[in-house]
Design a protein around this ligand. Structure first.
Ligand code: 6LW
Length: 505
């Protein structure tokens, strides 16, 4: 049977997976986006459907002043005694914590904090009742540390001990401890989450080591390969209910050469084989293709989600996110039924703040996003529209504002691009009152921005390169979002921006 990678395309990095009987659950990291840590459900490890988020309240997810790639780093998902546990790190507010629930769709508990330095925490529930808490020892650490905790309180029961330093790659991280046939295995990532990324493993009779490094390390890496997938690493292992073994991990799909990637780090799946001497091998000796030919679990695909959101429901659907913690007054689905109404803040897409933004990940290279906007700006600086957003310094907007210096008060639709300290307005087309349809068409290397006027005339305002929104240019750990936004650029907007629908195909 054939399946396609990435199994979860778009910015869904650092996957962690757990099984309950014949049901599979998976989480990924979310940095400064809100709500945090989406949770997915699958019957076959290949087709995933989002069922909720683990972090849905400001108490669980304080993100004030977090850089877009700060906040929530890599999570681990585990199941023990009828409870799901998701542990992660808020690198700006409180460090390591975990939340738990009996219903993975939520709600999840308040955070329980654990006082150990570093990132990438993992839990292992041993048969003797001990709970091991394993993580790196610092943000860019040189080793894996571990202690035992009281799972009810998060209190450390033992001192944190250095248990492994990896095989010599930089930043040994993403540790996951497993006990397989009475041997403790410690899976890690090394090399940093870039083109040198890799997965290594070691084992011991004792959860604290000494750990013997696998002679086949790295058991997954695409470093220096001529391959469509790169930066493979940060894995989690799972034994399926039929006894087959699998790994989920992150990878990127660069476009162009030298490489650039803008969709972020995505979630991949590969079969795992065990050698006669008891070591796992991921994929084809550590290489994983976009198309995988292997025996799979019985396939269970989900219905394709609708392309259009009409904003007819009382809650925002699963794909939508805010940036950081926004105030309830910034958006509404009830103020004008059937419309998403945004109230622009003083903050704009340029600010490390909580701009009025509702966006979704761009998860395909070729796609089109359109929205119908009803917005009559009342004061200078008020604007609303669509943004292609990588971070505060790298984003493109097609929006509506009052035409600069225009005494008649006419509005204009514009295309503005920001790349670092360079800001350019490519086009400004005056338009009268009335609803507009704004469209962003994405190709692997380029975005095109269109406006359809009330008379049905569709005009190309200009284009922007995907390269300048890529991780190679912008840095960070996230991928591109496409979103609706509103701002008063320095003052709260008097005029509300109303979106009748948003279509993504
Ligand atoms: C994550 C670390 C990593 O915590 O990148 O790829 C960091 N791996 O393990 C941010 O995702």
């Amino acid at each position: 049977m054939n399946y396609e990678n990435p199994v979860i395309p778009g910015f869904y990095p650092d996957p962690s997976v757990c099984r309950v009987g014949e049901d599979y659950y998976l989480v990924t990291s979310t940095f400064a986006y809100f709500p945090g840590v989406p949770i997915f459900y699958s019957k076959d490890l290949i087709h995933w459907r989002q069922i909720g988020h683990c972090l849905t309240t400001d108490r669980q997810l304080p993100l004030h002043n977090s850089p877009i790639s700060g906040g929530i780093y890599a999570p681990t998902l585990r199941y023990h005694n009828n409870r799901f546990y998701m542990t992660t790190t808020n690198v700006d507010h409180g460090g390591h914590f975990y939340v738990w629930t009996e219903d993975p769709a939520g709600p999840w508990s308040d955070p329980i904090y654990v006082d150990q330095a570093g990132i990438d925490p993992s839990l292992y529930f041993d048969d003797d009742g001990k709970v091991y808490f394993t993580s790196t020892g610092a943000l860019q650490s040189n080793g894996i540390y571990q202690c035992e905790i009281d799972i009810d309180t998060g209190k450390k029961l033992t001192e944190s001990k250095l248990i492994w330093m990896g095989t010599g790659g930089k930043f040994p991280e993403a540790p996951h401890l497993y006990r397989i046939k009475d041997t403790y295995y410690l899976l890690c990532a090394e090399g940093g989450t870039e083109y040198g990324h890799m997965v290594t493993i070691s084992r011991s009779d004792n959860p604290y080591g000494p750990f013997e490094s696998c002679p086949h390390n790295p058991i997954l890496s695409h470093r220096s390969l001529n391959h469509p997938v790169h930066a493979t690493g940060h894995a989690d292992l799972i034994e399926a209910h039929d006894g087959s073994w699998w790994a989920v991990f992150l990878g990127i799909r660069p476009v162009d050469y030298p490489y650039q990637h803008h969709l972020g780090r995505e979630t991949y799946l590969a079969p795992v084989q065990w050698t006669d001497d008891g070591w796992p091998i991921i994929g084809d000796s550590g290489v994983v293709d976009l198309q995988i030919e292997t025996d799979t679990l019985p396939l269970c695909p989900w219905e394709v989600p609708p392309e259009r959101d009409d904003f007819d429901l009382p809650l925002l659907g699963m794909p939508w996110n805010f940036i950081r913690n926004i105030r309830p007054e910034q958006w509404s689905l009830s103020e004008r039924p059937g419309w998403l109404v945004l109230h622009g803040e003083a903050a704009s897409m340029n600010d490390v703040s909580s701009p009025t933004f509702v966006g979704r990940r761009q998860d395909k290279f070729n796609c089109s996003a359109s929205a119908c906007l009803d917005f009559e700006p009342l004061a200078d600086g008020e604007e609303a529209g669509l943004t292609v957003f990588m971070d505060e310094l790298h984003h493109y907007e097609i929006g509506v504002t009052l035409k600069a210096g225009d005494k008649t008060g006419d509005k204009a639709v514009f295309l503005r691009k920001r790349v670092g300290s360079l800001i350019v307005v490519d086009a400004e087309v005056r338009c009268g009152e009335g609803q507009l349809v704004l469209t962003i068409e994405a190709a692997p290397k380029q975005y095109s921005f269109y406006c359809t006027f009330p008379d049905g005339n569709k005009v190309l305002l200009g284009t922007g390169e995907s390269r300048y929104l890529s991780t190679e240019v912008a840095g960070g750990f996230t991928g591109v979002y496409i979103g609706m936004y509103a701002t008063g650029n320095g003052a709260r907007s008097l005029a509300a921006a109303a979106f009748d629908w948003f279509e993504y195909k």
